[in-house]
Design a protein around this ligand. Structure first.
Ligand code: ZN
Ligand code: ZN
Length: 583
């Protein structure tokens, strides 16, 4: 889950007070709460047009909010007003859906106050500030005709100089890593305000004077961005004024974990669980690798080092993979197989009226390195199709690079990826979530629940016998699952225990069987984010524990189909809130 509140920007009068009840009929608690929720979101969108835009809410597209002290005061007033209003509701008097929305909003307001008062990322992360990226979203968006989108860009760019002046004033001893990121991302933003934008302006129906004004504002914005970049490079990095450690330390990590993951476990408990789970996975891998050895290395002596044995068997299994040209077709062919398996084993009810559309990833979304992803309709655009984006291997890739990628997504792992992303993973979860529509859960969807379910669904299928219980598929699932387990371990080792790049690369390559490039990429990501890498394992562990608890209690009456359907019916809420309703 991304930290969307970090970019709170403002230009607007302080928010109005929350819903007031009408005099005529006494509305039910749920009706009152529904009004409160809607007003809260509308106030939030005015306070943070960038966040609104990312959710497909376009009313405030033309507003750029200067991130100065008065904006922070408006945000603090928003939080205080909404927290006060929340005390007027008794959660037990609300419907199940509204009870979870209540808890989600309460947590979100606490988190926003904590980020502003305590975490202070607005002081130490220069990448928080970027005018070009949002201009790019507006330029590429299809929500309004071109001329209207350009007017919105024009309105925003007029304030770019004031925006970057406030950004500079906010920075106070940033981390070198986030300073470097701020330089790179703002250079990317500068590229957005280049030839493509100028071209669009010429092609548009804007009047001559509007075009002139926009061109002037683009020039001013470009100068402000370039000034910020050179400030970061010369006056901050080179001048030795970026000395803060990127490691947030134990106290901040624990609090951030509690507010963002919203787990029943503490960060410390998750670290212990992950260590134990890693040992269990390695044990299972060594058993399976030993059994597989004679099939793939007949007559050769078994390596004495178990980790070497596992690595060598994995290297045999990944030789089986789709061809470069057949990658897309291999994925497409698996979707109906997964769907039939879920039906045949009665794992949950599927909705044939909301088919998943498999397509090649659109050009403007490519290059992230994610082989496959699900594009879900936003909360304000629910009728749109859900896409399974599959990125073809770039033509520019050498044969060796393509081979390494295809081995990573070999015949076994590709099936696990499809379960995770599509059926019954992210896509299926989304279809269920959209059935009990809640804007609050769409906007503040819980990352640990969403990722946890996708990981849980992989194990669900394998436990039900998908892949004929083969040691090959299980061994590669173990490796895949080890990755999210090690993500949780590395996150805390790095952020709270001072682990070095060499420590982490050694851990991930030796005990995680990762390639060095993947391990270095993980290190880089872990220096720039905190807690997010822990979400997959935490959600997975918590859902598994909930299933075990209910299965123990119901004994012979337990139905996995009923568990799955009930679990998914509450939408993308934190697992402990769902657990409370299911108990
Ligand atoms: Zn090959
Ligand atoms: Zn996922």
């Amino acid at each position: 889950m991304k930290l969307r509140y970090l970019l709170l920007l403002g230009l607007l009068p302080a928010c109005t007070s929350p819903a007031t009840t009408t005099r005529t009929a006494a509305p039910t608690a749920d009706a009152r709460f529904d009004r409160f929720k809607n007003n809260l979101l509308l106030d939030l969108w005015r306070l943070n047009p960038d966040f609104a835009l990312s959710q497909g809410f376009h009313k405030y597209d033309s507003l750029l909010v200067v991130p100065d002290a008065s904006q922070r005061a408006r945000e603090a007033a928003f939080v205080a007003t909404k927290e006060r209003a929340l005390t007027g509701f008794a959660p037990d008097s609300l419907s199940a859906g509204n009870q979870t929305d209540y808890r989600i909003l309460k947590n979100e307001l606490t988190a926003q106050r904590w980020r502003a008062d305590t975490l202070h990322e607005w002081q130490w992360n220069p990448a928080t500030y970027n005018v070009g990226a949002t201009a790019g979203d507006l330029l590429n968006g299809r929500h309004y005709p071109l001329a209207r989108r350009l007017r919105h860009i024009s309105g925003r760019l007029a304030l770019a100089p004031a925006y970057y002046a406030a950004a500079r004033a906010n920075l106070d001893n940033p981390t070198p890593e986030h300073t470097q990121l701020g330089i790179e991302q703002n250079e990317g933003g500068l590229a957005v305000l280049g030839a493509a934008l100028a071209d669009s302006v010429r092609k548009s129906s804007l009047s001559g004077s509007e075009q002139t004004l926009l061109t002037q504002r683009v020039t001013g914005a470009r100068a402000a961005i370039a000034g910020y970049v050179s400030y970061l490079r010369r006056d901050v990095l080179a001048a030795g004024r970026a000395r803060r450690s990127f490691r947030i330390g134990r106290a901040l990590f624990d609090r951030k974990f509690a507010l963002e993951i919203q787990s029943g476990y503490s960060a410390g408990q998750v670290f212990g669980l992950a260590q134990r789970h890693k040992r269990d996975l390695l044990l299972d891998m060594s058993r399976r690798a030993r059994r597989l050895w004679p099939r793939y290395r007949a007559g050769q002596p078994l390596p004495a080092d178990t980790l070497v044995l596992i690595r060598q068997v994995i290297d045999e299994l990944t030789l089986k993979h789709p061809s470069r040209a057949g990658f897309m077709a291999a994925i497409k062919a698996q979707i109906p197989v997964l769907s039939r398996f879920v039906d045949a084993h009665q794992l949950l009810t599927q909705d044939p009226s909301k088919p998943l559309v498999v397509r090649e990833t659109p050009l403007y979304m490519r290059g992230s390195g994610a082989g496959a992803s699900v594009s879900a309709p936003g909360p304000y655009d629910k009728a749109a199709d859900t896409y399974y984006n599959v990125e073809p291997l770039p033509a520019a890739w050498s044969a060796a690079r393509a081979e390494s990628y295809l081995r990573e997504y070999n015949d076994y792992t590709l099936q696990i990826l499809n379960i995770h992303e599509a059926i019954p993973g992210h896509y299926t979860q989304l279809v269920y979530a959209n059935r009990s529509p809640s804007l609050v859960k769409s906007v503040f969807g819980n990352g640990a629940m969403i990722e946890g379910w996708a990981v849980f669904s992989e194990k669900l299928l394998l436990d039900a016998g998908y892949g004929n219980n083969s040691d090959e598929l299980w061994l590669l699932w173990d490796k895949w699952n080890l990755r999210s387990t090690l993500n949780a371990i590395a996150d805390q080792l790095i952020q709270t225990q001072g682990a070095s790049e060499a420590d982490i690369v050694a851990l991930l390559t030796r005990e995680g069987f990762q390639e060095e490039a993947e391990a270095r990429g993980k290190w880089h990501r872990a220096t720039l984010s905190q807690v997010q890498l822990s979400s997959y394992f935490t959600g997975y562990s918590e859902i598994t524990a909930l299933r075990d608890e209910i299965r123990r209690r119901e004994g012979a009456k337990f139905s996995i189909k009923q568990f799955n359907e009930q679990f998914l019916s509450y939408g993308s809420a934190p697992v402990p809130y769902i657990a409370r309703l299911m108990r």
